[in-house]
Design a protein around this ligand. Structure first.
Ligand code: ACO
Length: 160
């Protein structure tokens, strides 16, 4: 898979006050309420092809040495083309350039494909937040036929 940015494509930070791509953000998180808890304190990057937004990721400072990808999503019709991995690599570059030591990303116990992609680009499982989904969401969430219970936090060191 080609992980270099295509000539027609660009990843750019959107300005504060711009319209947020909730349609994409909702592919990665369950509700607008959940997204609103972090999105207004995040930097939002969009993946554009000839002016059309195909992907988004949101970066939020976690602590002095770590930054977290709070949301990453690719338009359904463009998944599997490498856009997600290109955005992950871009997020790592942004974080490294700004002097962060680690980049974090969290996903559920049942998100096999996401776990595969994150580990493929160098993230390692770092922490398990037991019962995160059952405690934080009122409805039962299912993915790949399994209930979402625990959050796995993955981390990548940026100076390697
Ligand atoms: N369809 C496509 N690719 C698949 C599939 C599938 N059903 N199953 C496995 N894959 C593999 C591909 O083969 C590829 O691996 P390879 O490079 O070894 O060939 C890899 O998974 C796909 O890589 P990309 O094309 O870079 O991934 P994509 O552009 O689809 O982005 C993402 C990944 C962001 C997870 C996207 O699929 C998506 O938006 N999913 C829905 C939202 C979501 O779950 N977001 C993450 C939630 S966690 C968080 O936001 C912090």
């Amino acid at each position: 898979m080609n992980l270099l940015l295509e000539k027609t494509d660009k990843i750019r930070l959107i300005q504060e006050g711009s319209k947020l791509p909730y349609d994409l953000l909702l592919l990665a998180d369950e509700t607008i309420e959940a997204i609103d808890k972090y999105i207004h304190d995040s930097e939002i990057y969009i993946y554009e092809r000839e002016g059309e937004t195909l992907g988004v990721y949101a970066l939020q400072m976690f602590d002095g040495e770590s930054i977290e990808i709070k949301n990453i999503a690719v338009s359904k019709t463009c998944q599997g083309e490498g856009i997600g991995q290109r955005m992950l690599l871009n997020a790592m570059e942004q974080a490294k350039d700004r002097g962060f030591k680690y980049i974090l990303i969290g996903t559920s116990n049942a998100a096999f494909r996401q776990l595969y992609i994150y580990q493929k680009v160098g993230f390692e499982i770092y922490e398990v937040k037991k019962d995160f989904y059952t405690k934080n969401y009122s409805q039962e969430l299912i993915e790949n036929g399994l209930p979402l219970n625990h959050m796995l936090v993955l981390r990548k060191q940026l100076n390697d």
